[in-house]
Ligand binder design. Structure first.
Ligand SMILES: Cc1cc2nc3c(=O)[nH]c(=O)nc-3n(C[C@H](O)[C@H](O)[C@H](O)COP(=O)(O)O)c2cc1C
Length: 83
């Protein structure tokens, strides 16, 4: 892409984020996994050599329902007009 990011990582991230949101909406537990050995994953799942694994998302029924964590305030993470 013009900004220098590979298109497939952007497209993959958008699609996976929506999958995660929809899974949550349907009562399933999931999350984003980005810390893994890509070669080991490809070997375990028989994924062709020319295919990249950008992210993994597990899917299932949560065994626990932890309370909502406190979050940063929007004012602390959003910049308007300039940094
Ligand atoms: C880019 C990215 C990569 C992540 N990779 C992992 C991972 O490899 N393993 C893991 O346990 N959590 C990983 N996480 C965290 C979980 O997907 C999830 O966001 C987190 O457990 C939720 O924590 P929170 O409730 O504090 O947001 C990753 C999150 C992001 C945004």
């Amino acid at each position: 892409m013009r900004g220098g990011q590979p298109r497939y990582t952007v497209d993959l991230s958008i699609a996976t984020a929506y999958m995660i949101l929809e899974a949550h909406e349907q009562g399933l537990g999931t999350c984003w996994l980005g810390s893994f050995d890509e070669n080991m994953v490809k070997k375990a799942l028989n994924i062709p050599g020319d295919v990249r694994v950008v992210a993994i998302t597990p899917l299932g029924y949560s065994a626990e329902s932890p309370p909502q964590k406190s979050r940063k305030r929007l004012e602390d993470i959003i910049s308007y007009d300039r940094w």
